[in-house]
Design a protein around this ligand. Structure first.
Ligand code: IPM
Ligand code: MG
Length: 347
């Protein structure tokens, strides 16, 4: 099995290194790895955030482990050359439309949550975020109004097949868990959302065993901090899912803890922490590698059919936390490498 390692920018290489140590300990030489530059690092080396050789590796690999992209040096570049285009390009080129972002509170981290421990301890949910459409990929640009003023625009659109494809993943995910699906939209204002809601309701006929509810995104943001325990699976569009998953991560302790899987229709996947490249702490050994280590576990489970190994890694992360491993984002002083050491010791 070939794993593409795409460390990227900022803290990406540091967290990927720890995930690699954990994978080596669990999988030995049953996996082979090829690494390629992506994001700002790739732009600086090859003039493009997603060079052809990197995309080719991603296509050839059985699964992709991705660090993070984003580099302040690149903020002034034309949009198509910015680091973020690498991850957006990979999601689109490989049709990775289904993004699973589980948010669960490790009991040891109840004190790290931004919420009161009794509220936070109930969090155990998956956000299913659509990843190939929405305002992210609609027509966009800058233009001049009749009055000569600059105007930026981004078109939000979903067609019914795109909605149905992700809604099915939402229903199936709920079926494998506690049978509750909450579809999040803004149907009181947006036509895109009205279609979203109509299609989800039509599909629900195929899933009579799933308790379906609908929530406007503003209310969902509020409910996530008021009573996050009410959610089992949330299915939502690209933009709303981006925002709600960052919020859910802080409810669950730290953005340094949340893994994600981005899957195509055949469960080929790209696995990445939901956090960004954190340029402010890059190179200082302060980054929490657990989200990336947990992403590697998701990779074993979803793309490589190694659920038992994934369980082992997740249990080792829980033990490391129980034994007191805490990086700065969790209120401690463990370095990135020491967090990796703690997981290895637990294994
Ligand atoms: C995420 C990130 C990306 C997104 C950025 C880096 C383009 O925030 O994966 O959540 O907006 O999807
Ligand atoms: Mg995001």
């Amino acid at each position: 099995m070939l794993i593409a390692l795409l460390p990227g920018d900022g803290i990406g290489p540091e967290v990927i290194e720890q995930a690699r140590r954990v994978l080596d300990a669990v999988c030995g030489d049953t996996l082979t790895y090829e690494e390629a530059p992506v994001g700002g690092a790739a732009y600086k080396a090859h003039g493009h955030p997603l060079p052809p050789a990197t995309l080719d590796l991603a296509r050839r690999a059985d699964a992709i482990l991705f660090g993070a992209v984003g580099d302040p040096d690149c903020d002034a570049l034309e949009r198509h050359l910015r680091p973020e285009q690498a991850i957006l390009g990979l999601r689109k080129a490989l049709t990775l439309f289904a993004n699973l972002r589980p948010a669960k509170l490790f009991p040891e981290l109840a004190d790290a949550s931004a919420l009161r421990p009794e509220v936070a301890s109930a969090i155990d949910m998956v956000i299913v975020r659509e990843l190939n459409g929405d305002v992210y990929f609609g027509e966009k640009g800058m233009r001049t109004t009749a009055a000569g003023r600059r105007e930026g625009y981004d078109v939000m659109a979903y067609n019914e097949d795109e909605v149905a494809r992700i809604a099915r993943v939402g229903f199936e995910t709920a079926r494998a868990r506690n049978g509750k699906l909450c579809s999040v939209d803004k149907a009181n204002v947006l036509e895109t959302s009205q279609l979203w809601r109509d299609v989800v309701i039509e599909l629900s006929a195929d899933y009579p065993d799933i308790a379906l509810s609908h929530m406007y995104v503003d209310n969902a943001a509020m409910q996530l901090v008021r009573n996050p325990g009410q959610f089992d699976v949330i299915v939502t569009g690209n933009l709303f899912g981006d925002i709600l998953s960052d919020q859910a991560s802080m409810c669950a302790g730290s953005i340094g803890m949340l893994p994600s899987a981005s899957l195509d229709a055949n469960k080929k996947g790209l696995y990445e922490p939901i956090h960004g490249s954190a340029p402010d702490i890059a190179g200082q050994g302060k980054a929490n590698p657990l989200a990336t280590i947990l992403s590697a576990a998701m990779m074993l489970r979803y793309s490589l059919d190694r659920g038992t190994d994934a369980d082992r890694i997740e249990a080792a992360v829980a033990s490391a936390l129980a034994n007191g491993a805490r990086s700065p984002d969790l209120g401690g002083t463990h370095s990135t490498v020491q967090m990796g050491d703690a997981v290895l010791a637990a294994l």
